[in-house]
Design a binder for this molecule. Structure first.
Ligand code: MSP
Length: 480
C-alpha cells in the first residue's frame, strides 16, 4: 500500500491579525508536510489550513471595526494567507469556512447526523465566553472569569439543537485507549481520558441568537454552532481539486486550549455521521511572551511579519521550532531570535558554508568533484535519528541533532587548520574539503523541511561546477 499523509492545523479565528502563536502551528505542520513529501512524494501529501470565519466573535470584531462583515472577513483572511506566504508555509488549500463547498459539506453532514437519529431539540442555560466561543461550567471558571481570557462570561439561555455526544463517549474512550485515535503527547491523552471518565454532556450544535453563521438546514431560525462548523472544515478540505477524498486525516495539529473539541466533540460528530476517526491529534503548547499566553485579548501579540521582514522566514521558522519543545509551553522574544540568528545561523551554519566554499574556490576550483562528494560519507545513522525525531514531533531535538553536524564540521575546519592545510598539503586539503562539503550537503538536505530557503540555496550552490564562494546565508542585521 502506498503511504499517504493528510495533515491539518486548527483554522484561525479572523477577529484580528495573525500572531506568532498562530504561525507556530502552521510552521510545524508545514515542516511535517515537507518531511513526508520528501519521503512519500509531494502528491502523496495533503496539507490543509485556513480560517474560521463565522460566529459572534467575528461578528463583534467586524461591528467594532465599522467594516461590513464580508469585507472584514476578506481583509483579515487575506492577512493570514499573506503571513503564511511570507513564512514559506505552503498548504494545498487555505480553507475559509465561508467557502461555498464548506457550507454545503456542513449542511449535508448535519442532515446525515440528524437522519441517523443523533440530534434532538432542547433548552440550555449556561455561562458563555465569546472569545472561546464555548460554555463554561461554573467550576471551571477562576474567580468567576474565563480561565483563558480572564473575562466575565455571559449568561445565555436558549433553545438549541443538541448532538448526543454521550452516546459515543464509550467508543471514543476505547479508540483512544487502543491508540486507534492517538493523542500526543501522553499527558494530553490522559487528560482527555479522565474527562471522558467523568462523563461528557451532549452539546448544542446550533445557536438561535447568532446571525453570522450557516443556517441550520432544518431550522433556519438557528445557525450552526461555530465550533461544529469549524471542525467540519477537515472533511470539506479532505477533498482535493481532482475529487479525491483524503479523509481520514493522519494528523490534526492543534493547541492545548482546543484539545477537548478535537478529541471528544469532533470524534462524536464523525461517529454520528458514520465517518472514520482521524488517526492522530497532536497537541502543542503555548508560545508565551514574558510568561503569558500570547493573545489579542491580553494584548501581548507579536506579528510574524515584523520578524520575517527583519530576520527572514528561515530564521523565524528556526526560532519557533528550536526554542520550545513542541508539546510544552515556552517563551519567545526578539532577543532570543537575535541570539539564535547570530550564534547558530550566521556564525554556525552561515560561517561554515562560507569558509568551506571560499577555500574550495581558491584551492580546489575545477578539481572539486561535485558529484562524488555527495557519496563521500555515510550519514545514514544520523539521518535515521533525525527522521525519528521529526516523525515524533520533537522538532527541537531534530534541529539540535542537525546542528551537531554543523558544530562537528566547524570543528574540523578549526582543528585541521584548513587554510594552512591548503598550502602545506593540497591532497589532504582536498580530502577534508570533500568530506566537509558532503557533511554540509547532508545538513542542507536535513534542513529542507525547516529552512527551505537556505537549504535550497546551499544545495543549488554545491551542485555548481567549478565550486565558488557562497554568498552569506544569514547577513548581518542592521539597526539591531
Ligand atoms: N478557530 C479555532 C480553531 C478551530 S479548529 C477546527 C481557534 N482559533 S484560534 O485562532 O484561537 O487559534 C488557532 C490555533 O492557534 C489553535 O490551535 C491555538 O491553540 C493556537 N494558538 C493561539 N494562540 C497561541 C499561542 N500563543 N501559542 C501557541 N499556539 C496558539 O481556536
Amino acid at each position: 500500500m502506498t503511504e499517504k499523509f493528510f495533515i491539518t492545523t486548527a483554522i484561525d479565528y479572523i477577529n484580528a491579525k495573525p500572531h506568532i502563536g498562530h504561525a507556530y502551528e502552521k510552521v510545524a505542520a508545514d515542516v511535517l508536510a515537507r518531511f513526508y513529501s520528501a519521503k512519500y512524494g509531494r502528491d502523496r501529501v495533503r496539507f490543509l489550513t485556513g480560517t474560521d470565519e463565522h460566529g459572534s466573535k467575528i461578528e463583534k470584531a467586524a461591528a467594532a471595526s465599522g467594516v461590513a462583515l464580508k469585507e472584514f472577513t476578506d481583509q483579515t483572511a487575506a492577512q493570514f494567507s499573506f503571513a503564511w506566504d511570507q513564512l514559506n508555509i505552503q498548504p494545498d488549500r487555505l480553507i475559509r469556512t465561508t467557502d461555498a463547498d464548506h457550507i454545503k459539506t456542513v449542511e449535508d453532514l448535519l442532515i446525515k447526523i440528524k437522519d441517523n437519529g443523533y440530534v434532538y431539540e432542547g433548552e440550555y442555560s449556561g455561562l458563555y465566553c465569546v472569545s472561546c466561543e464555548t460554555f463554561y461550567p461554573e467550576k471551571d471558571l477562576i474567580d468567576g472569569l474565563c480561565p483563558i481570557h480572564k473575562t466575565k462570561p455571559e449568561l445565555v439561555t436558549e433553545k438549541n439543537w443538541f448532538l448526543k455526544v454521550s452516546e459515543f463517549t464509550g467508543k471514543i474512550k476505547e479508540s483512544i485507549e487502543k491508540d486507534e485515535l492517538k493523542i500526543w503527547p501522553v499527558e494530553r491523552k490522559n487528560e482527555i481520558l479522565s474527562l471522558l471518565e467523568q462523563g461528557f454532556n451532549d452539546i448544542a450544535i446550533s445557536r438561535p441568537n447568532v446571525k453570522w453563521g450557516i443556517p441550520l438546514p432544518w431550522d433556519k431560525e438557528q445557525t450552526v454552532y461555530v465550533w461544529v462548523d469549524a471542525l467540519i472544515n477537515y472533511v470539506t478540505g479532505a477533498k482535493d481539486e481532482n475529487g479525491k477524498d483524503w479523509w481520514p486525516a493522519n494528523c490534526h495539529i492543534i493547541g492545548k486550549d482546543i484539545s477537548k473539541f478535537h478529541c471528544i466533540i469532533w470524534p462524536a460528530i464523525l461517529l454520528a455521521a458514520g465517518l472514520p476517526l482521524p488517526k492522530e491529534v497532536v497537541v502543542h503548547g503555548y508560545l508565551t511572551v514574558g510568561g503569558e499566553k500570547m493573545s489579542k485579548s491580553i494584548g501581548n501579540v507579536i506579528d510574524p511579519n515584523d520578524w520575517v521582514a527583519k530576520y527572514g522566514a528561515d530564521a523565524v521558522r528556526y526560532l519557533l521550532l528550536r526554542e520550545v519543545a513542541f508539546g510544552d509551553d515556552g517563551d519567545v522574544s526578539e532577543e532570543k531570535l537575535k541570539t539564535r540568528y547570530e550564534g547558530e545561523l550566521a556564525n554556525g551554519l552561515g560561517n561554515l558554508v562560507s569558509r568551506v566554499t571560499t577555500l574550495a574556490e581558491k584551492y580546489l576550483g575545477g578539481k572539486y568533484e561535485s558529484q562524488k562528494n555527495i557519496f563521500y560519507c555515510d550519514f545514514s545513522k544520523e539521518k535515521k535519528e533525525i527522521e525519528a525525531e521529526i516523525a515524533n514531533f520533537r522538532f527541537h531535538t531534530a534541529l539540535s541533532k542537525i546542528w551537531e553536524q554543523v558544530i562537528i564540521a566547524n570543528k574540523i575546519v578549526d582543528e585541521k587548520k584548513l587554510w594552512d592545510l591548503a598550502k602545506s598539503d593540497l591532497a589532504e586539503f582536498s580530502d577534508v574539503s570533500h568530506h566537509l562539503i558532503a557533511r554540509i550537503y547532508f545538513v542542507a538536505e536535513q534542513l529542507e523541511p525547516f529552512l527551505p530557503e537556505s537549504s535550497l540555496k546551499i544545495l543549488d550552490h554545491l551542485k555548481k561546477y567549478p565550486i565558488i564562494k557562497a554568498e552569506p546565508l544569514f547577513p548581518r542585521i542592521l539597526n539591531s
